[in-house]
Design a protein around this ligand. Structure first.
Ligand SMILES: Nc1ncnc2c1ncn2[C@@H]1O[C@H](COP(=O)(O)OP(=O)(O)OP(=O)(O)O)[C@@H](O)[C@H]1O
Length: 558
């Protein structure tokens, strides 16, 4: 399916659709090494820190390069080696660090996996350089002066730069820092084993070896403790930034308007979903009005198949949020894109519930206007699987009313082109409940075939097709679709609202009469979810806060 238009648009109707809201990719929060949980924000934090660490490293090595160059050409070097090899290596290191730094600039789109490789390059190159040059200098020093050159100072610097700059768990830091602690000791071991002069010096001065070892171990321990303390402080800072009574756990997704988080009420402990208006959108009065509309419309509804709203608020720093029931499961868009078209019995099972949800809204004189697969959930609620839930009443409006003129400016259309009725798209006649019925027809088409009936590269073409193009019967895409169900879908998709079902209940009754109605049993749903739960990657309410989530939350809260 063309996902570009599976989203709400606000665009001038007379000039064609010029703008679609950007469909932000799913953001899963953080942490550690498993890629699906690595947020874009943590990625940008790591990128920034790596950039600074690379710059610091470049600066330090550049100073030493200048110093060595001076010593080499004009100075009285302690290490009496006039070979330019070390200088060349030093220059090569600077060049590689500069290239790494360039790759970390905001223009270069480096993926997370690559960022971790760059971390290895940023710290691995200097480590390699230290190993080679220190071995060389150690040999020279032992030969010419009979003393053991301590290799610890460069490594101590490297350890502290790593601990300070790289966002990490203390476990991971301990592994990397541990390697840095061992490296100079291993180098001494190697010199002891391979160089006769070094062997003699170390043999005669074992206390010097012990001193270097002790110094390195203490440094490593302090650095790991520092990483641990930084993490504790960041977690505390995050916990201090909760939304009122709610503790945010992880991101559930991003919509055109805001972001949705799995959260827990501090005292009640029950899981809930919190929708937060993005800071950059909070200043837009249309967005706020839509947000408010979504809360007010949804909270008037109490049907089992409509979403339950628990709370609505604004934090001191101006973040708007509302709290709703958490739906473990998947929305229909994700269900179909991950698992393909659904069998007719399941389609009817879910559609029937959408009809029930819509019936409550229609009977209260409200139309939804944004029915699309992303707004219909197949959830696990009250011990039942595949409970259909209708979400997002942000575009809902009273039937035959201009009341929402504050949400949509004159000449604008609202809704998702792929799922929009001809009258809603053209704006020529006032959409009523039958406009929602058209969208439910498209939803059904999508569930049965895996795509919407009119999919074009430009929204304007989609809108024109809704108005003028005849629908290819779904059975031409999937031959097994029963005729009675197909007839219902096609009737919903009639261009003229008078030719559609006149009420959502009428449609529900027609669905009940289909031969496939009642063929999708609760046991089928249980079986399906049991088999696919892991693949579906449904977030579980128990999922705990990850240490670096605070980065994202901090950003949300500006
Ligand atoms: N109550 C909920 N429980 C679990 N997941 C939810 C809940 N509400 C929304 N989501 C998920 O959060 C994501 C974002 O939801 P949201 O309603 O903001 O997006 P949308 O409907 O795709 O966008 P838009 O607001 O532009 O129509 C979606 O993937 C949705 O499945």
């Amino acid at each position: 399916m063309n996902r570009h238009f599976d989203e709400t648009v606000v665009a001038p109707s007379n000039s064609g659709v010029q703008k679609t809201s950007s469909s932000a990719p799913h953001i899963a929060l953080v942490e550690g090494s498993s890629s699906p949980h690595f947020s874009r924000v943590t990625q940008s934090l790591l990128r920034l820190r790596l950039r600074v660490a690379t710059a610091v490293m470049f600066g330090i090595f550049a100073v030493f390069f200048a110093w060595h160059a001076y010593e080499h050409f004009w100075g009285n070097n302690l290490v009496a080696d006039k070979s330019p090899v070390l200088l060349y290596m030093h220059a090569a290191l600077l060049l590689l660090l500069a290239s790494t730094g360039y790759l970390l600039c905001p223009k270069c789109d480096v993926r997370r996996g690559l960022l971790r490789s760059q971390e290895i390059v940023t710290f691995g190159l200097p480590a390699l350089f230290l190993l080679m040059t220190q071995y060389h200098s150690m040999q020279m020093c032992a030969r010419d002066h009979g003393v053991l050159l301590s290799p610890s100072s460069g490594w101590i610097l490297l350890i502290f730069i790593y601990a300070l700059f790289i966002p990490n768990t203390w476990h991971r830091a301990a592994v990397v820092i541990g390697a840095m602690v061992i490296a100079p000791l291993a180098l001494l071991g190697y010199a002891w084993a391979t160089n006769q002069m070094c062997y003699t010096i170390i043999y005669d001065n074992p206390e010097q070896l012990a001193e270097i070892g002790l110094k390195m171990v203490i440094c490593g321990a302090v650095a790991v403790f520092g990483v641990y303390t930084i993490n504790v402080l960041r977690t505390e800072a995050f916990q201090a930034q909760q939304l009122g009574q709610y503790r945010l756990s992880r991101s559930l997704g991003t919509g055109g308007m805001g972001e949705v988080y799995l959260a827990h009420h501090y005292l009640m402990k029950r899981p809930c979903a919190i929708k937060i208006i993005r800071p950059e959108k909070a200043g837009d009065s249309n967005v706020l009005a839509r947000f408010e509309r979504e809360v007010h419309a949804s909270s008037k509804l109490s049907h089992w198949n409509n979403i339950d709203i628990y709370d609505y608020g604004r934090t001191e720093d101006g973040t708007f949020y509302y709290v709703m029931e958490y739906l473990p499961g998947l929305n229909v868009s994700d269900l179909v894109s991950r698992f393909g078209p659904m069998p007719p019995g399941r389609v009817i099972h879910l559609l029937r519930q959408v009809c029930e949800a819509l019936n409550e809204a229609h009977s209260q004189g409200m139309i939804h206007r944004d029915i699309k697969p992303a707004n219909v959930f197949a959830a696990k609620r009250g011990g039942f699987y595949d409970v259909g839930k209708l979400l997002d009443f942000g575009l809902a409006k009273p039937i035959a009313s201009n009341e929402d003129s504050n949400l949509t400016q004159e000449g604008m259309i609202t809704g998702s082109p792929l799922f929009m009725s001809p009258e809603q798209a053209s704006g020529e006649s006032e959409p009523d409940a039958r406009s929602d019925i058209y969208s439910v027809g498209i939803l059904a088409y999508f569930m049965l075939t895996g795509h919407a009936p009119f999919e074009y590269d430009r929204p304007i073409k989609v809108i024109i097709a809704h108005a003028h193009e005849s629908v290819v019967p779904p059975s031409e895409h999937v031959a097994s679709i029963p005729h009675d169900l197909e007839a219902i879908v096609l009737r919903c998709l009639a261009k003229d609202p008078d030719d559609r079902y006149q009420s959502i209940l009428e449609m529900a009754e027609a669905l009940d009469k289909c031969a496939s109605s009642g063929t999708w049993l609760q046991s089928d749903a249980v079986q399906w979810w049991t088999a696919n739960e892991t693949i579906a990657e449904c977030p579980q309410p128990e999922e705990e806060l990850q240490p670096t989530d605070e980065t994202r939350i901090a950003e949300i809260r500006g």
